[in-house]
Ligand binder design. Structure first.
Ligand code: NCD
Ligand code: ZN
Length: 328
C-alpha cells in the first residue's frame, strides 16, 4: 500500500545553524516541500541582513533537494519601514515570552508594549506566530496564556495570529472562537502525554516546551485534528539539541525524521484528512505559493535511526509501520 501527499508543509521548524543544520536539514527537506523556520538562534534572527544570510545557509545545504524555507523574524520594536522591507521575504514574526523556552532571553515581557508593531503587521498583513505560555506552573502555562490570545484576537481583528504548538484542551477549543486565531499542532502533543516523558523511566527526548500534557488534552487535540478544522495545521516544532545539551535539560523534541511516518499511522487511511492537515489548510489560510512537490508514503516497516549527527530522534531505533519513499 502506498499513497502520495501533495506539497507537505511543516508550519513550525527549528533547523539551527552550522553543523547541526547540516546534520538535520535533509530529514525535513526529504519529507516536506516547505517549512516555517524559527528565528530563535543566538543572536536571534531579528534583522533582514541576518535573515538573508540564514536563508542562504539553508539553501546552500539543501543539495538539490526541493524545499522552500519560509523565514520568520524574532519580534522586537520594528519600524514601519523595516516591516515594509521585510514583508515580501518573511512568513511571520514570532513572539516569545521572555525566558520561556530555548533562546528566548530576548523575548517579550509586556505584550502591550508591542501593540504599535502589531498595528503595522495588521496593516501590512504579516502574521504573528506566538509561543503562548506564561511563566506560571509548568502544566498551567499554556492555559494561563489564553486570555492574552483573546486580548490580541479582539484588539487586532485583521491580524492573523498563530497559536503555536497547542497542547491543551483550552486552546484546542479557543481556536474555534475567533476567525483570526490559527493553530499549529505537533506530532508529539498529538500522540504522547506526560507519561511518555516522566511516567516510567525519565525520557528526555520527550522533553519540550510546552510540556506534554494529559490524556484528556491529547484526546481533545486528536478530535480537533481528525475533524479537519480549517485553521488547524501541522507544525512539527522539531527542535534538535545535541545529546550533551539534551542531558543538561535542553527542551525540544527532534521529530523531523518520524514526522510523516507517524502522521500516516495516526490518520490511518484518511489520506484526505492528512492532506488537509499537512498542506491544504496552510496553503489556503496564508495563500502560500510553494512549488508543488509529491511525497510518497509506503506501508513498509522502517526503523528510525538511532542517532542523526549528534542528535537522538524521537522513537530512535523503533520500528514504524510507514516510511517515506527515498528515505532509509
Ligand atoms: C524549541 C527549541 O529548542 O528551539 N524548544 C521546544 O521545547 N519546543 C523552542 C520552542 O519552540 O519553544
Ligand atoms: Zn518551536
Amino acid at each position: 500500500m502506498s499513497f502520495k501527499l501533495d506539497t507537505p508543509i511543516d508550519m513550525h521548524l527549528h533547523l539551527r545553524e552550522g553543523k547541526l543544520l547540516k546534520d538535520v536539514l535533509q530529514w525535513s527537506a526529504e519529507q516536506f516541500a516547505a517549512g516555517v523556520i524559527m528565528p530563535n538562534l543566538v543572536p536571534p534572527v531579528d534583522n533582514m541582513d541576518r535573515l538573508r544570510k540564514y536563508r542562504k545557509e539553508i539553501l546552500e545545504n539543501l543539495k538539490e533537494k526541493q524545499f522552500t524555507p519560509l523565514m520568520t523574524l524574532f519580534l522586537r520594536h520594528y519600524s514601519y519601514r523595516e516591516l515594509e522591507e521585510a514583508k515580501g521575504e518573511i512568513f511571520s514574526i514570532k513572539l516569545y515570552p521572555k525566558g520561556i523556552t530555548t533562546n528566548s532571553e530576548k523575548g517579550v515581557s509586556s505584550i502591550e508594549e508591542f501593540y504599535p508593531v502589531f498595528e503595522i503587521m495588521e496593516e501590512l498583513e504579516i502574521p504573528l506566530s506566538v509561543h503562548g505560555e506564561t511563566n506560571g506552573f509548568v502544566l498551567d502555562r499554556e492555559r494561563e496564556f489564553a486570555p492574552i490570545y483573546i486580548q490580541l484576537a479582539e484588539r487586532f481583528p485583521k491580524l492573523k495570529i498563530i497559536m503555536e504548538h497547542i497542547s491543551t484542551k483550552e486552546l484546542a477549543e479557543l481556536v474555534r472562537d475567533y476567525p483570526n486565531l490559527y493553530a499549529t499542532v505537533t506530532l508529539h502533543h498529538l500522540l504522547f502525554t506526560l507519561d511518555d516523558l516522566a511516567g516510567g523511566r525519565l525520557n528526555p527526548h520527550f522533553f519540550c516546551k510546552p510540556i506534554l500534557k494529559t490524556p484528556v488534552d491529547r484526546a481533545v487535540l486528536q478530535r480537533l485534528v481528525r475533524e479537519g478544522h480549517p485553521r488547524v495545521m501541522f507544525g512539527s516544532d522539531s527542535a534538535p539539541h545535541i545529546l550533551r545539551d539534551k542531558l543538561k535539560g535542553a527542551a525540544g523534541v527532534f521529530s523531523a525524521p518520524v514526522a510523516l511516518p507517524l502522521l500516516a499511522h495516526f490518520f490511518d487511511g484518511d489520506w484526505k484528512g492528512l492532506q488537509r492537515f499537512i498542506s491544504d489548510n496552510a496553503r489556503r489560510n496564508f495563500n502560500l505559493q510553494i512549488p508543488e512537490k509529491e511525497v510518497e508514503i509506503l506501508e513498509i516497516p522502517w526503523e528510525v535511526p538511532h542517532i542523526v549527527g549528534e542528535v537522538i530522534p524521537l522513537l530512535a531505533g523503533e520500528r514504524l509501520r510507514f516510511r517515506v519513499r527515498g528515505i532509509g
